[in-house]
Unconditional design. Structure first.
Length: 295
């Protein structure tokens, strides 16, 4: 599990950098710029993670296109990504339709959107979904999966990347007002970022749902040998979810409201069951597709 430890170390490096450097950097910038304390901490964490990732990829022999999951011709990669995007959007849209049929969503907010505003929202959230998918899939199903698979096999790679994928979704946004910033605010920012883990029962349904999503994406990665489909599926799911978050709200008075998590009002027991069923179909689809392509 040496490879897995390296990637856990990267995440720890990001958190330690936030705790140690956010306050000094804030002291330097605050007299000249009105940057929020938490925003500075986020940027420091991202920079530390990016630099650490570059060094780790080189150290573990992952600094090549194949190891990062991009080892197929660009035209083929784009085709598979777009197919995945369509599948992801369609399957998540069907999930939203099921939620609506069960009376779990209130679409009142959608009535306030003009056609132009809705179009802008849809395009903007598509770009957000693609950005999220490219970053997370390159790190997790690309480099991390490859490193663990080489050392411990595909099964371990699928499971461990799924655990990290799920856990990182519970890094919460935590804000500290400027007049409350002190020398220990970096530590407070990290503690606030991780506070959801102090109450595991409150996030259990969402954690298991995201774990299942990670396993599905990892299985697709194994079946295809690259991350094109993973990026497409991931982006399609995120795209639809982001649009729904803007245009609908979970209906907490609904008899079946327990099917949606308290974490974000979307992922939960219902999406978990859907993900498990969908996973079998997607795995078979991509295994057959890979077999056909090889012939």
């Amino acid at each position: 599990m040496r490879a897995f430890a390296w990637f856990l170390g990267l995440i720890l490096l990001g958190l330690v950098s936030i705790a140690g450097f956010t306050y000094p950097v804030w002291l330097l910038l605050h007299p000249h710029f009105n940057f929020p304390f938490h925003r500075i901490g986020e940027r420091i964490g991202m920079l530390a993670l990016a630099l650490g990732f570059a060094l780790t990829a080189r150290h573990l022999g992952l600094a090549d296109k194949t190891s990062l999951g991009y080892g197929i011709p660009r035209r083929l990669f784009l085709r598979e990504m777009l197919i995945g995007l369509g599948l992801g959007a369609a399957t998540m849209a069907l999930m939203v339709a099921i939620m609506t049929a069960l009376g779990l969503l209130d679409w009142t907010a959608a009535a306030g959107y003009t056609a132009a505003a809705l179009g802008k929202l849809v395009v903007g959230r598509l770009l957000s979904g693609l950005a999220v998918a490219f970053i997370e899939e390159t790190f997790l199903r690309g480099a991390m999966h490859t490193a663990i698979e080489r050392e411990s096999g595909a099964g371990a790679a699928v499971l461990l990347t799924a655990v990290v994928y799920s856990a990182t979704h519970f890094f919460a946004s935590f804000k500290i007002p400027p007049d409350q910033v002190t020398a220990r605010s970096g530590l407070d920012l990290v503690a606030g970022t991780l506070h959801l883990f102090a109450h595991p029962s409150g996030i259990a349904d969402a954690f298991l749902c995201l774990l299942a999503v990670g396993i599905v994406l990892g299985s697709v990665r194994v079946a295809t040998g690259n991350i094109a489909a993973c990026i497409g599926l991931h982006a399609g799911w995120v795209w639809v979810m982001l649009v729904v978050h803007e245009t609908a709200q979970p209906l907490r008075s609904a008899p079946l409201n327990f099917l949606l998590s308290r974490f974000d009002g979307f992922v939960g027991w219902l999406v978990l069951a859907w993900t498990i069923l969908l996973g079998f179909g997607l795995r078979r689809f991509y295994v057959n597709r890979a077999s056909t392509s090889s012939r």
